[in-house]
Design a protein around this ligand. Structure first.
Ligand SMILES: Nc1ncnc2c1ncn2[C@@H]1O[C@H](COP(=O)(O)OP(=O)(O)O)[C@@H](O)[C@H]1O
Ligand SMILES: Nc1ccn([C@H]2C[C@H](O)[C@@H](COP(=O)(O)OP(=O)(O)O)O2)c(=O)n1
Length: 220
């Protein structure tokens, strides 16, 4: 069986950054599942379908013309690597990700990322729904204050003009929605919890590699 490490957790807990480092260390592939929900949101905005219903958005997700190439992401041939990272896009992604039809439409696309020698996948339901067979399931988290500060710094460093109060409010609303939706909610059950509030990116990576090494030995 091809090994999978899942890294789920709330917004700005460091999932993407840490998952990419772990994948790099192990020579594994990497899936940023949130990008698929963000791409669906951007496609909806661009086609004037941001307020459309579940069926329409499900069809949009199923037919998403997406290409991942190295660190770049293309939507219908247009490079959208940065465009999908806005807070507006994250907010709409969170809203439409509550629709079961959208989640179902993206399921196979996510599973297609599983190729030898292995995969590190980050998101909200990687361990619970998409890769239940994962060799290691991590729930990465940090206090709301630390996460808000990280997201604020990240946006400022990209030159985005933001106010801390807005970042805190957006983060709180998105977490609440992702945690309380009926389908595939964010839930730490079955995963090893790693609170990175007082950890560096490297420390978080080292802990995950250590856990993986133990599980891989048991498997082998
Ligand atoms: N352990 C950590 N210590 C300090 N900063 C971190 C840590 N983990 C992530 N970050 C920073 O926090 C920001 C958000 O991380 P990101 O990987 O985008 O989170 P997520 O994918 O969970 O939304 C990034 O700028 C990243 O460099
Ligand atoms: N596996 C996933 C990944 C993301 N989502 C939804 C919920 C999230 O608020 C949005 C955006 O996800 P993303 O991981 O890009 O967001 P953050 O970078 O953590 O802020 O998509 C999901 O429902 N399931």
């Amino acid at each position: 069986m091809i090994p999978v490490i899942t890294i789920d957790g709330p917004s700005a807990s460091g999932k993407g950054t840490v998952a990419q480092r772990v994948a790099q260390q192990l020579g594994f592939h990497y899936l940023d599942s949130g990008a698929l929900y963000r791409l669906t949101a951007l496609a909806a905005v661009r086609q004037g379908l941001a307020a459309a219903g579940e069926e329409t958005l499900g069809q949009l997700a199923a037919q998403l013309p997406v290409e991942f190439s190295g660190n770049d992401i293309y939507l219908a041939g247009d490079m959208v690597t940065e465009a999908i990272r806005t807070e507006d896009c994250g907010r709409l992604a969170s809203k439409l990700s509550a629709f079961p039809a959208v989640r179902t439409a993206l399921l196979e696309r996510q599973r297609n990322f599983l190729r030898p020698p292995g995969l590190v996948a980050d998101g909200r339901d990687m361990g619970s729904v998409v890769f239940p067979q994962a060799l290691l399931k991590v729930f990465l988290t940090a206090t709301p204050e630390v996460r808000a500060q990280r997201r604020f710094n990240q946006l400022i460093s990209k030159g985005v003009d933001v106010i801390m109060d807005d970042v805190v409010r957006d983060l709180r609303n998105r977490d609440e929605r992702d945690r309380t939706r009926a389908v595939a909610p964010l839930d730490p059950t079955g995963a090893l919890i790693l609170d990175t509030s007082a950890l560096s990116i490297d420390q978080a990576m080292v802990q995950i590699l250590a856990w993986y090494s133990v599980n891989a030995q048991h498997e082998g």
